[in-house]
Design a binder for this molecule. Structure first.
Ligand code: P71
Length: 458
């Protein structure tokens, strides 16, 4: 039986969970055009749509909100955040942003030109879209193990270094304004990247003088995996590991809605003074002044405190343990998932769960709908609805490498019995899997279509 690491906190404030009937859910999902992004949250019992901005803040963070100094410029909460960014990441120059994509938009607009290429271990949806919106090319270079759901490589998020070097040689340094590393690697299953791989990526890029940026939203979870799995780090603290990771970076973007333990907020940091000046100018144009970046100052205080709380080892042991617990309960029932489980979510492998549904009928979306209908669980498709591409030359559809259903677990929100309920619902859906049908798209937007598309059952 799977082990559970108990919550290192007790509950001070509670929020009622909506309970619905199957008939109600059938109506809700049809009204939503079979797109879970269109469901009102009052129709959802367990909300595993995302771990982004859905965490529970601590009493210490809430107390900090009351100490928000709502000055436009130079509030003391900004200086507190500056101190935390300096201590945790070793960066002197940073700006707050309203969330991760705010940081991406500012960075890419000052660095990326049409036709440029931006390699990453794997871009997540907004990073890719913000590069493509400028006319750049977002390139995914994860190691092959990362694309094999059953391969138990300890660092499946790693960059494929040989492919990175070949890419640089092929397209030329002048066409690569920066390279990125997403930790943990969300799109392939919340999989960690090793410190050895981060160091080697930096060394390779330094030889070509290409700036190296980290997409840092789940960096604390990544640090915990390094501590648990990588030789030489067992006795290093999480902040020590973080300092080493970021010592190799020329800058980073961060959605603080993940390992910042806040409901809104982000960060952008860069070492190069010339680049940082351009960042500040663009920030003022689109996000806000440099000492608030589109956030209320109370949000900066919550972020400063949340960033520190997320480096607590007892918290991380519980956090990663919770994901592993759900994964093991599913494996006990023979349910196909991405193994080993990652840091923020359990990913169901829809290709193996629903082998009778072809990729053209979006098996991962079909499974997402089935989970909602069976138990009011809202998961998210990370497959061809999100990532399929039209080949510009032939017009043919290139489907996503993986068809996954992500059960993203909000931080400090759900308890073991919620996870047990989720496991039971998925077990029931698995028993009835042959009856699940595919879906087709009836309407879609030109960019980031997954958020708003409408579907019909085939
Ligand atoms: C996640 C999200 C947010 C999201 C995406 C799709 C559907 C629902 C929710 C956001 C990320 C991310 C990485 C690695 C940058 C962002 C953007 N992830 N990099 O996983 O995972 O950050 O949302 O604060 O703008 O659910 P932002």
């Amino acid at each position: 039986m799977a082990q559970y690491t108990f919550e290192p906190f007790k509950i001070k404030s509670v929020e009622a969970i909506p309970l619905t009937t199957r008939e109600e859910r059938e109506q809700w999902i049809a009204d939503a055009g079979y797109n879970i992004f269109r469901l009102p949250s009052r129709a959802v019992t367990i909300d595993f749509l995302t771990d982004s901005g859905t965490s529970a803040m601590s009493d210490h963070q809430w107390a900090g909100m009351l100490e928000g100094d709502e000055a436009y410029a130079g509030s003391h909460n900004y200086f507190h955040l500056q101190q935390v960014v300096r201590d945790l990441f070793g960066f002197e120059q940073f700006v707050p942003t309203h969330q991760g994509r705010g940081a991406e938009q500012v960075l890419f607009n000052v660095l990326v030109k049409p036709g440029n290429i931006v390699p990453n271990n794997t871009h997540f949806d907004t990073t890719r879209a913000n590069i493509e919106a400028i006319g750049g090319v977002a390139l995914d270079l994860v190691i092959p193990e990362g694309l094999d759901p059953t391969n138990r490589h300890p660092f499946k998020g790693n960059m494929h270094l040989a492919n990175l070097e070949q890419t640089i040689e092929r397209v030329g340094v002048e066409n690569i304004p920066l390279a990125m590393m997403t930790i943990t690697n969300n799109a392939v299953g919340g999989q960690p990247v090793s410190l050895a791989n981060i160091r080697a990526t930096k060394e390779l890029l330094a030889r070509y003088k290409i700036p190296f940026f980290i997409d840092a939203c789940r960096y604390a979870e990544n640090c915990y995996f390094i501590q648990q799995r990588e030789d030489g780090y067992r006795h290093k603290s999480i902040p020590e590991i973080a300092r080493e990771i970021f010592s190799y970076a020329d800058g980073f973007t961060m959605s603080a809605k993940k390992d910042g333990l806040v409901n809104i907020g982000g960060l952008l940091a860069a070492r190069d003074p010339g680049l940082f000046e351009k960042i500040q100018n663009r920030l003022i144009l689109t996000e806000g002044f440099i000492s608030y970046g589109g956030l209320a100052r109370r949000d900066l205080e919550a972020m400063a405190r949340g960033l520190l709380e997320a480096t607590d080892e007892k918290y991380l042991a519980y956090r990663i343990g919770q994901v592993r617990y759900l994964a093991e309960r599913l494996l006990e029932m023979g349910i196909p998932i991405v193994e080993p489980p990652g840091g923020h979510a359990v990913f169901l492998d829809a290709k193996r769960f629903l082998p009778h549904i072809p990729q053209s009928q979006f098996p991962a979306l079909a499974l997402t709908i089935a989970l909602y209908l069976e138990g009011g669980i809202r998961a998210v498709e990370i497959g061809s609805v999100m990532f399929a591409k039209q080949d510009p030359a032939t017009g043919e559809t290139r489907y996503a490498a993986l068809e996954l259903v992500r059960l993203a677990i909000p931080r400090r929100v759900y308890t073991q019995s919620h996870l047990d309920y989720v496991a039971e619902v998925i077990g029931e859906v698995y028993r009835q899997r042959e009856a699940i049908r595919g879906v087709k798209i009836v309407w879609e937007a030109p960019l980031l279509r997954h958020f708003t598309a409408k579907f019909e059952m085939v």
